[in-house]
Design a protein around this ligand. Structure first.
Ligand SMILES: NC(=O)c1ccc[n+]([C@@H]2O[C@H](COP(=O)([O-])OP(=O)(O)OC[C@H]3O[C@@H](n4cnc5c(N)ncnc54)[C@H](O)[C@@H]3O)[C@@H](O)[C@H]2O)c1
Ligand SMILES: [Zn+2]
Ligand SMILES: [Zn+2]
Length: 345
């Protein structure tokens, strides 16, 4: 089968490799849709110390079960499924509390197991046993259901942020992730969503899909003054940093109102510290939340939002590539020409 493989020399290559076979306790899917995540783009740019090479990468997936082990119950050949990629051990305190994404022994598809940028993928026994596999309802298209995993991470962040009617929300970065935060904030009743974006083409692409966005470019506008104008001088109730940029965290801190909430959604490169002034948190009673990945339950919540049409991801699911053209998809993302790439092998 064809697969996009991360090699020992940190390079990525489209290779012909042997297709997986299920064990008695696992299953194999035909990948019907997979999408490229910011994490994959980072691997493409810089390599990744977390991936055990050689490894098929990719972790956002919808597939059809084509072979299944005799000891697997609850699934059958022909089922269309989504797989939540972060697999907890099932035994530690975090797993027992349902926060499997924070498991001390977390294993992830595309890092510790072969991933989704291939024609076929084995669903490991651990994923089946821990409830990471969800059957899809018939009404949700593959290229929309595949977006459930990143949306699940956004749901995770919003469960901390508690956005409600009257909130003014600022989002830093109008990539796919920032745009999904904006959509969800609007569903939750946010009064205004302000998109802070430094790349005008990116801002324009976001506004083309969501014309309710208020765009501010901190490179040619005074961010503090613009936010004051938009919030009657108070500042925003919620800031979401949807990029991996330390100065955006500082900007978020500066524009957040007293008693506001901040989500540090984008991780920073290793050894980056000190972008938030702790005295501002102290005196202004600000809450700052981290968030990393998502649980199977949050993946199911995302699927529900998508399949019910409450969250309309269709406009974001339009850049589709074949597996053969995955290199072109990465290049388009790398040059920020597109927001999200979906691969239909
Ligand atoms: N926490 C999680 O579970 C999780 C899951 C997925 C992605 N992420 C993170 O979310 C972030 C966004 O992902 P994406 O795929 O949309 O990335 P992306 O690179 O497509 O988008 C980031 C955007 O931020 C903009 N930007 C850069 N510097 C900025 C600044 N100073 N102020 C405002 N905007 C700025 C860029 O122009 C770009 O459009 C990444 O940091 C990614 O690592 C986190
Ligand atoms: Zn992802
Ligand atoms: Zn665990």
């Amino acid at each position: 089968m064809l697969a996009f493989v991360y090699g020992t020399q940190k390079s990525l290559a489209l290779l012909e490799i042997e297709a997986p076979k299920p064990t008695d306790e696992s299953a194999v899917i035909k990948v019907v849709a997979t999408s490229i995540c910011g994490t994959d783009l980072r691997t493409y740019r810089f390599g990744s110390p977390k991936i055990k090479a050689p490894r098929v990468i990719g972790h956002e997936v919808v597939g059809e079960i084509i072979a299944i082990g005799k000891n697997v119950h609850g699934f059958s050949v022909g089922d269309r499924v989504q797989v939540a990629p972060a697999i907890g051990c099932g035994k530690c305190i975090y797993c027992k509390e349902g926060h499997t994404n924070l498991c001390d022994a977390l294993e992830t598809i595309g890092f510790d197991y072969d991933g989704t940028f291939a024609e076929f993928m084995e669903i490991p026994q651990a994923a089946i046993d821990r409830g990471n596999v969800t059957k899809l309802s018939e009404d949700v298209p593959n290229e929309q259901a595949v977006l459930a995993e990143p949306v699940a991470c956004i749901i995770n962040a919003h469960q901390y942020l508690n956005i409600h009617s009257g909130d003014v929300v600022a989002i830093f970065g109008s990539g796919f992730i920032g745009c999904m935060h904006a959509e969800l904030a609007a569903i939750e009743g946010a009064e205004k969503v302000i998109m802070v974006e430094v790349n005008p083409a990116r801002a324009e692409a976001a506004r083309k899909i969501n014309d309710s966005l208020i765009i501010v470019n901190p490179n040619n506008q005074n961010l503090g003054e613009e936010i004051k104008k938009l919030t009657g001088g108070r500042g925003v109730n919620v800031s979401i940093v949807a990029c991996s940029v330390g100065s955006a965290q500082t900007d978020a801190m500066n524009i957040t109102a007293k008693r506001g909430r901040i989500s540090l959604f984008g991780g920073l490169p290793t050894n980056s510290t000190g972008f938030i002034d702790s005295n501002m948190i102290h005196y202004r009673e600000i809450s700052v939340f981290g968030v990393h990945a998502s649980s199977p339950t949050q993946n199911r919540e995302a699927l529900q939002l998508i399949s019910s049409g409450i969250l309309n991801v269709k406009p974001y699911a339009s850049n589709i590539f074949t597996l053969q053209d995955i290199g072109k998809a990465f290049e388009a993302l790398n040059s920020e020409k597109i927001m999200k790439a979906i691969i239909i092998p």
